[in-house]
Ligand binder design. Structure first.
Ligand SMILES: Cc1cc2nc3c(=O)[nH]c(=O)nc-3n(C[C@H](O)[C@H](O)[C@H](O)COP(=O)(O)OP(=O)(O)OC[C@H]3O[C@@H](n4cnc5c(N)ncnc54)[C@H](O)[C@@H]3O)c2cc1C
Length: 340
């Protein structure tokens, strides 16, 4: 189960709708994601599409489920964006004055040393960010809703539609919402949609006596504190390699990046890979199948799933149960020429 499934099922629960989650327990991208929530794009100094609303809704939603599951999900950390040049500093100052960005980017250029980090051009602080423990979120959901879970690989042969109801084995429901991440490529109803996938690899390293409590962003990677002196280091983006396995080549790339940022010794604990469910136009997709009006999709969360999933669930829910429209930018119908 991934974060799309958790958010949509939660939305159903919050509205007193009954539901059943069918999950094959495979490790999708949610379970290994860094879980960083940050609505800004630090490479280009702008906001993601609809970033302010996504951020606000995600925080409200995640706080609510954190209280409900009685498990820590939100870890607040500023992000230190380490500059690589004087022009990088200047771009930061300009960006930090823009209307949407200014609530997130602190306009000051900091030069105070950060133990273990190379900061020759100083750094800027991104506020209101942090990480979500996606594992705690998914496990919290599963504990709370044990009776709503069916642990099996979804078998499309068992699915049928009778009198406008969805039937799967002995389960009869009004609708079905597929939230399969990159595994959508095996879904006969939606596999033609352009979920291209972007493979991400990362390292877990141990760095003793580092005591970093901020997220570091430099040279296109994050170094993010976990528990017990462990740090998440990544990630890579690869649109060509579609295998879920980590590679030696990307490991070396990550090590090179890491060593260009930190000055302390480290030990590699783990190296993992997964596919981000990215789309051809980098927007998520929700909506129904053109031939089956009660078969729905919530997918394409790309590299910002944490921020997107709560609002998309809200939009999809409101569409299904209240007939309210959602923004056409996320409508899977934008790919209608593909003839799914
Ligand atoms: C290395 C890496 C780092 C990332 N870091 C971040 C980050 O810092 N912040 C952020 O916001 N996003 C991040 N992402 C992206 C994020 O992981 C995704 O946007 C998000 O997890 C997608 O969630 P999902 O629920 O759509 O898919 P998934 O997490 O892939 O979940 C889909 C689930 O569906 C289930 N499933 C699929 N098919 C079937 C079937 N036939 N039967 C039964 N069950 C099935 C599987 O169990 C699977 O777990 C990262 C991704 C990667 C790869």
């Amino acid at each position: 189960m991934g974060i799309a499934g958790v958010c949509y099922a939660e939305k159903l629960f919050q509205n007193n709708k009954s539901f059943c989650v069918i999950d094959n327990k495979k490790t999708g991208s949610s379970k290994i994601a860094a879980g960083v929530f940050n609505p800004t794009v630090l490479k280009r100094y702008n906001m993601i599409w609809n970033g302010e609303q996504f951020h606000k809704n995600a925080i409200t939603f995640l706080k609510k489920i954190e209280n409900k599951y009685k498990i820590k999900i939100i870890f607040k950390h500023d992000i230190l964006k380490i500059f690589s040049s004087i022009s990088d500093q200047n771009n930061w100052i300009v960006a930090s004055k823009r209307p949407l960005l200014k609530q997130f980017l602190d306009s000051k250029i900091y030069t105070k040393k950060v133990k273990g980090i190379k900061t020759e051009f100083g750094y800027g602080v991104v506020k209101k960010c942090g990480r979500i423990s996606t594992l705690n979120m998914i496990n919290g959901f599963k504990n709370k809703f044990k009776n709503n879970l069916l642990n099996e690989d979804f078998d499309f042969k068992k699915l049928s539609s009778h009198n406008q109801k969805i039937v799967y084995n002995n389960i009869v429901s009004e609708n079905i919402v597929f939230c399969e991440g990159y595994d959508i490529i095996n879904n006969p109803f939606f596999k033609k949609l352009p979920v291209t996938g972007s493979k991400g690899e990362f390292l877990i390293v141990k760095i003793s006596n580092f005591s970093l409590n901020k997220i570091i962003k430099r040279s296109s990677i994050f170094i993010m504190p976990l528990e017990n002196e462990h740090y998440w280091v990544g990630a890579t983006y690869d649109n060509l390699d579609k295998k879920n396995k980590p590679t030696q080549l990307k490991k070396e790339w990550l090590i090179e990046k890491l060593e260009s940022i930190i000055t302390l010794p480290y030990k590699i604990i783990d190296h993992k890979a997964s596919m981000r469910p990215t789309t051809i136009d980098r927007r998520p997709m929700i909506g129904f199948h053109p031939d089956y009006k009660n078969i729905y999709l919530l997918n394409g969360l790309g590299s910002r799933g944490i921020l997107l999933a709560p609002t998309l669930s809200f939009w999809l829910y409101n569409y299904i149960y209240n007939g309210l429209p959602f923004p056409e930018e996320v409508d899977l119908n934008r790919f209608k020429e593909i003839n799914i």
